[in-house]
Design a protein around this ligand. Structure first.
Ligand code: 6PG
Length: 258
């Protein structure tokens, strides 16, 4: 269970002793949201991030998610590196190896970002796939039930990087992103799509994330894409271990009253 819970400017911040407890909370939240969405809409839509942080959580979905309703769960990608899916850096490749290949989810319920052709072609194809799935008229934004995000040490999230023009996109569902210093082009859900989600869950672990977590939670540095993620009317969770939280002001519940 969380060693500390804090509601701060619309953020639900939960700090855990370790990754295992954090993954357990995230799994229960996933289960709760999935059951609610399926009861109401007959399906559960979720978008997953790449990177290393979500790995333990994706593994817990395999180990403890036997009873989850995979046949009614639709999984999209938050972002993708513009490399072949069998490239070691592919987000789809990582999530497929860690999760998709180990659960009983129908192939039609998996919605990758295809990375053939040009990055712009791939972005337009992804937007079309999203529009078709959500049966969206032009100009409308999909509402995912859940979006899982990571936090870069520079405050990026998805493939939305500091000071990048993609941060000002207001209409497109996805953007192709080139970023100085990035190894390859990326494709990402746009900020309006992310902010339209019913629930957004950030995952952050490790002391290397402590400085940026301080910038986000304590300083609320609005130059950071992470800080620009503010759900229109959804819930925003920050789940982190105590190492990533080591530079924010809180007192673990077991030290209260001391
Ligand atoms: C990606 C992710 C990216 C990631 C952060 C944190 O494609 O890499 O979408 O936004 O969440 O860079 O990465 P780590 O979890 O590896 O620290």
């Amino acid at each position: 269970m969380a060693v500390f819970k804090l509601e701060k400017d619309h953020k639900k911040i939960l700090i855990f002793d370790d990754t295992k407890e954090m993954s357990e909370f995230a799994l229960n939240k996933w289960r709760e949201i999935a059951q609610g969405a399926i009861k109401r809409y007959g399906r559960f839509t979720v978008a997953l991030s790449g990177g290393k942080t979500p790995l333990p959580f994706y593994k817990s979905l395999v180990s403890y998610g036997k009873g989850l309703p995979w046949n009614k769960t639709h999984i999209f990608l938050v972002d993708e590196r513009f490399v072949p899916h069998d490239d070691p850096d592919s987000n789809f490749g990582m999530i497929n190896k860690t999760l998709f290949s180990k659960i009983d989810i129908p192939a039609v319920n998996i919605h990758p970002i295809y990375t053939d052709g040009t990055a712009n072609d791939a972005t337009e194809k992804y937007e079309e796939d999203i529009r078709n799935f959500f049966e969206l008229k032009a100009g409308l934004i999909p509402q995912f039930d859940l979006i899982i995000l990571g936090i870069g040490e520079d405050g990026h999230t998805a493939s939305l990087f500091p000071n990048h023009e993609a941060l000002s996109e207001r209409w497109r569902l996805a953007c192709a992103v080139s970023y100085p210093g990035a190894k390859y082009k990326r494709i990402t859900l746009s900020l309006p799509v992310i902010n339209n989600a019913k629930t957004i869950v950030y995952l952050a672990t490790g002391s290397n994330k402590a400085p940026i977590i301080n910038e986000i939670i304590e300083k609320r540095n609005t130059n950071l894409p992470v800080v620009l993620v503010k759900p229109n009317d959804g819930e925003l969770y920050y789940l982190m271990d105590k190492y990533a939280a080591s530079k924010i002001n809180y007192r673990p519940e077991n030290e209260r009253g001391a």
